[in-house]
Unconditional design. Structure first.
Ligand SMILES: [Zn+2]
Length: 125
């Protein structure tokens, strides 16, 4: 049996058995108390982190973290795309017209010049 042993005062020492499904923390983001999955405990042990300074986000906040990471990654991709596309857009504006498109794939660059066009609404009925 693994247990937590803590001394309350000179006379009283508490020993509390540790059960895997009874380990809790408070989310550093929203403060909600939540159970810590055994896999996360194993991860903390593997990383050599100490339990007292460990931060474990609740399910809701960890999803927000992941979404924020994804948003940050997307922002990087958008910045890269903008840098790559800027000279081409500049070239279209200076040497072509509003009916010119450039399609780029891994083995081909195609410059298209559209003719006349009108929107043509589609309906399932
Ligand atoms: Zn939270």
């Amino acid at each position: 049996m693994l247990y937590i042993k803590t001394k309350l005062n000179e006379e009283i020492t508490l020993t509390i058995p540790i059960y895997c499904d009874e380990i809790y923390t408070k989310c550093p983001e929203c403060g909600v108390e939540h159970a810590v999955e055994p896999e996360i405990i194993a991860h903390l042990l593997n990383e050599g982190d100490d339990f007292a300074s460990a931060s474990v986000y609740c399910e809701k906040c960890s999803k927000k973290e992941t979404a924020a990471d994804t948003t940050e990654m997307r922002k990087g991709e958008i910045d890269t795309l903008e840098k790559l596309a800027s000279p081409i857009v500049q070239w279209i504006r200076e040497h072509q017209g509003t009916h010119t498109e450039v399609h780029i794939s891994w083995d081909h660059v195609r410059v298209k010049h559209d003719g006349i066009g009108i929107p043509f609404p589609y309906s399932d009925e």
